[in-house]
Design a protein around this ligand. Sequence first.
Ligand SMILES: *Cc1c(COP(=O)(O)O)cnc(C)c1O
Length: 475
Amino acid sequence: MIVDKSLLREIPKVDEVLKLPGVQNLAGVYPRELVVESVRRILDEIRQDILEGTKAHQELNKWSYPDSLAARIAEKLERIIRPNLRRVINATGVVLHTNLGRAVLCPSAIEAVRMAASGYSNLELNLESGKRGSRYDSVEDLLKRLTGAQSSLVVNNNAAAVLLALSTLARGREVIVSRGQMVEIGGSFRIPEVMEQSGAILREVGSTNKTHPADYGKAINDKTALLLHVHTSNYRIVGFTREITVDELVDLGSEAGLPVMSDLGSGSIINMDYLGLPYEPTVQQTIQSGAGVVTFSGDKLLGGPQAGIIVGKKEFIDRMKKNPLTRAVRIDKMTVAALEATLREYLDIKAALQNIPTLRMISYDEKLLQKRCGVLHGLLKDAVDGMALIALEKGQSAVGGGAMPTADLPGWLVSVRPLNMPVEALADRLRNGDPAVMGRVQEDSLLLDVRTLLKDEDIILAGAVAAAMGREGSD
Ligand SMILES: *Cc1c(COP(=O)(O)O)cnc(C)c1O
């Protein structure tokens, strides 16, 4: 590529650009500093293009036309102004997609967040006595009732819950964990690392595929503080295996006078096999087994806001409440509001299955999905007929969020095979639209899973695909 440096002289000055009528109009709409910043950035881009020789001469000339320059500046301003956090239509079929914000809140939780955010509330005030209350009061009763635990505490997320529990119960002392349970969640939560941060000393026992009760027995000594069970929520070890159950750990613990903690990760209150899914230990069962402390996430299978829920024996939870770390990882009022409303839904399991999007999406009936897929298929055929091959396919969705890795959720997908562009270009445009759309690229098709679409999103989705393929106004 030949670099024509004489072109650099054709680049106008910032002040000149600011005087162009099209740009003057922008100054009436946007703050002046932002207009100036955008002009500078566009001129820099032009300079860069010239130096890299990436643009043809005619195209460079186009930039000196006031209208096209103003249009580019307007586009830049639009990007600066528009919120970074935007709505995304999740057509991936992954119900708990960590990159897309995990659980979608139920309507009552959304209403509670609105209430808490838009006015004052009795967050730390007991309205009956007029005295100071605790922000945990509104969820504590519900958690006790739903899980059968003596006490509870809620912190920022489950990683914080594990950190707080270990730091409170085992700082400077040993915690025994099976080698088969050294989990890593999403690249940043690893049992050995959290253990180190908490000040507890990790004592690994057994092997990757087999750990026996005797392995724990041999490792217990006078420095042992805790026996930890970690639910391997995002992987399974299959074949020649032996993992110790929470019940067995509790037996070992009571012989040695040691508490047992179970990090459940996902932590469901509903029996998953009741929904036709693989068995997952519920929070209630784990408490009933005798675990002294159980931790789980608020935004995984529970389907609530991001939170780390700790339930268990009062003596342990009381000690955690006094740990200064609790203040550092405390939840805000919007989380309290959303969590209380979500937990309240569980008082009526039938209502919870209907109202909590996570549970509803996981338990969709295949027939219903097929019907919804048919609707999307029709909408897409109307919207992009002739520009893509649209087909209906049987497929699989996933629970996600590190939950139930082996659960297969049979579902229905619409595949879109664009004829006028590569599928990657279509996926790219959809991701950059507003709302953004995320699907799954497979070979030369984009797969759209209806399981994770919310009400009316199929219409918006069809419009977005049409717009991305260049057919405007099809929605
Ligand atoms: C997901 C998970 C965590 C981390 O929970 P966050 O709420 O994401 O902090 C910890 N332990 C297990 C077993 C998990 O599955």
